[in-house]
Design a binder for this molecule. Sequence first.
Ligand code: HEM
Length: 196
Amino acid sequence: MEWAMSLLLNHPEVLNKARDEIEQNVGCHRLLDESDLVKLPYLHCIISETLRVCPVGAFLPPHESSEDCTIGGYNVPKGTMLLVNQQALYKDPKVWAEPTMFKPERFEKSTGENDGTKWIGFGQGRRGCPGEVLAYRMLGLTLGLLIQCFDWERVGGEMVDMTTGDRRLMTKAKPLEAMYRPRKVLLNVFCSFVVQ
Ligand code: HEM
């Protein structure tokens, strides 16, 4: 969440696009809920792109080969510990165009560059993350509500510092500080409670 919020503060054009999507599909007279998330594909793209630019860990958890195999031309004997460096994959310009840029559009289904093989934020296959759907829901709901209900501003107008603190867990070196001003939708929702 902290990385997503930081990236959005540094890219107001992405934040505005996400807000437009919410306003068109949810409006400003009620709060968005879980059932709205299917109508918010751009918000979904923002989460994927955040996990590409700032993955929760540089490496996926280790796996062990259950039989002799060949990977990328290397012979891998049974019982070898295998580590996937997802961060290296996401920073490779041969794999992603302009890899350091934050561009959620990469994940758009029709035009995006993600072909389903080069983004592994939740792992893949039988040992892939079983919490993926829940994670997208919780992040989508929380981020979506913050976008819908508040105007966001950087403190002092300076760019948010994106330096990584702990390089294994990919925490932020400097915790995020930002300003959030309630939007009209919150007033509309509170008024509807009073009227009821
Ligand atoms: C943004 C949130 C999350 C991310 C980025 C994430 C990422 C991952 C990754 C990369 C793996 C390893 C996959 C592999 O070894 O190939 C994993 C495994 C796992 N995750 Fe998540 N995860 C997230 C949220 C969750 C949630 C919400 C739950 C449960 C409610 C969960 C439960 C698990 C479990 C149980 C495994 C082990 C699966 C196995 O070894 O078979 N994760 N996750």
